[in-house]
Ligand binder design. Structure first.
Ligand code: GDP
Ligand code: ZN
Length: 449
């Protein structure tokens, strides 16, 4: 089962001075190559920490700790060596060169994990989770990645695959025993099973957006005509005095960006320039840039000055964003609400950027709108790749169900369609892989993992 590929090496710790730096190697015939360059006290024992000296010819390079893992009991499933040396880039570079000269090649990003996958140590969703875990920006993202590393996502996908395989078995029996009088699946039952599978896929798909937000964060743009309190709101959300606030309309000439965390979700907060018609050239440039920032926003806070009636300029901005996911923020409530306000925007949230009133409610609403409110990390979150494959599967199964409701299909056609739907689920867990898919997944990794 385990294939032994040519030996590879990488520095697995970050570049720079540190207490310890680690060199990692994996592959066939590794020990013979390593042995030539080290002095070891006592006999080598797999998975034991050995004190050792690293030699470059007869010159001492460093001393440290070495662990040897014998296949298949290692991360990659191959023979592996880990060397813990002094964490100076010069030391690690010299050590690396010794082994490169020995014919051990430099590992590509994610190559260790790729081998672990190819040797059946991890399924592909777990391998993806390794990269997610390393790059997680918040504690929630870390927890989600860890759960996926434990195989949580496959636990949701595999039962679906099994149901499809079961269905396929019935249909194929139908083909094989067409002539004989063997009872096969009833149409009723077929429709029922298909509906069930489709529902489960849809359920999983509903986590894709939230999963994206947890992994990469939410782009949240604050928009509105000048002087409604966008910059004040930006500061109130961040809890700092980052953006310049003045009472002269058009002060924010460009857009400002700051990172914040809300309920474990990274949020990229964008304060746009007041969007309006202007003759001022500099302001016009700012507005243009604001509009493009708006385009990449996942969620928009549309701010109005609720203490005054709305003006034409408010509607101009509103028309720009009304198609996007947005929250209507009725600001300056401390000055009293204009009576028209609750009629025009009954779903608006009243706040005061000045006094902080309503800010908690606004924050909660932001998470609700993004579909990530109250998730305590008990769920799985699909990545874009998983989402695409599930959607492809659905793209086969849904039309199939519709057709089956109105006509009878030959078992041959049925089997063909089911097999296609299954192949997409297989790709999610890596039961089927393509070279493109693997290189895309593993190129996201850092070297040494
Ligand atoms: P922007 O042009 O939309 O970014 O608006 P600013 O944040 O620069 O605010 C414009 C003016 O409104 C400033 O004088 C702020 O102090 C004031 N302002 C902003 N929010 C509030 C609020 O909630 N209540 C009151 N009373 N004034 C506010
Ligand atoms: Zn501003």
């Amino acid at each position: 089962m385990v294939r032994h590929r040519e030996p590879i090496i990488a520095i697995a710790t970050p570049y720079g001075e540190s207490a310890i730096g680690m060199l990692r190697m994996s592959g066939a015939g590794l020990w013979e190559k390593v042995e030539k360059h080290i002095q070891l006290k006592g006999k080598l024992k797999p998975r034991y920490a050995h004190f050792f000296r690293l030699m470059d010819g007869d010159q001492l390079l460093d001393e440290g700790i070495l662990i040897y893992y014998k296949a298949p009991h290692s991360y990659t499933g191959e023979d592996m060596v880990e060397m813990y040396l002094h964490g100076n880039p010069l030391v690690l570079k010299r050590a690396l060169e010794v082994f490169l000269k020995e014919g051990i090649r430099l590992a590509e990003p994610g190559e260790f994990t790729k081998r672990a996958f190819l040797n059946g140590k991890l399924d592909i969703t777990q391998a993806e989770a390794v990269a997610d875990l390393i790059s997680a920006k918040t504690d929630l993202a870390r927890q989600v990645a860890l759960r996926q590393l434990q195989g949580e996502l496959s636990k949701h996908i595999n039962p679906l695959r099994e149901r499809l395989i079961e269905l396929l078995a019935y249909v194929e029996a139908d083909i094989e025993f067409a002539e004989q009088d063997i009872p096969t699946i009833e149409k009723e039952q077929l429709l029922e099973l298909l509906t069930l599978i489709i529902e489960s896929i849809k359920n999983l798909l509903s986590t894709v957006k939230a999963g994206e937000f947890i992994r990469r964060g939410i782009n949240l743009a604050i928009v509105g005509k000048p002087n409604v309190g966008k910059s004040s709101l930006f500061n109130a959300l961040l809890g700092t005095e980052r953006a310049i606030v003045t009472h002269i309309p058009g002060t924010t000439r460009d857009f400002l960006q700051e990172q914040m965390h809300l309920g474990g979700i990274p949020i990229n907060l964008i304060d746009t320039a007041g969007i309006r018609q202007t003759k001022d050239e500099v302001e016009a440039i700012g507005i243009k840039r604001s509009l493009s920032a708006l385009e990449s926003a996942d969620l928009v806070l549309f701010v109005v000055d609720a203490s005054n009636p709305l003006e034409e300029e408010d509607w101009e901005v509103y028309n720009l964003i009304k198609q996007k996911d947005h929250i209507k923020v009725l600001n300056k409530m401390d000055l009293g609400l204009d009576p028209s306000m609750k009629k025009i925007f009954p779903d608006g949230v009243c706040v005061s950027a000045k006094t902080g009133q309503g800010m908690q409610e606004l924050k909660k609403l932001m998470l609700e709108k993004a579909g990530v409110f109250g998730y305590d990390g008990m769920m799985v979150y699909l990545s874009v790749r998983h989402g695409e494959l599930l959607r492809k599967s659905l793209g086969v199964l849904e039309p199939l169900l519709q057709r089956l409701k109105v006509e009878d299909l030959s078992p041959e056609i049925l089997a063909l369609e089911l097999r296609e739907a299954l192949s997409y689920l297989d790709q999610i867990v890596g039961a089927i892989t393509t070279e493109d898919m693997l290189s895309e997944i593993f190129s996201r990794f850092c070297i040494g993992k």
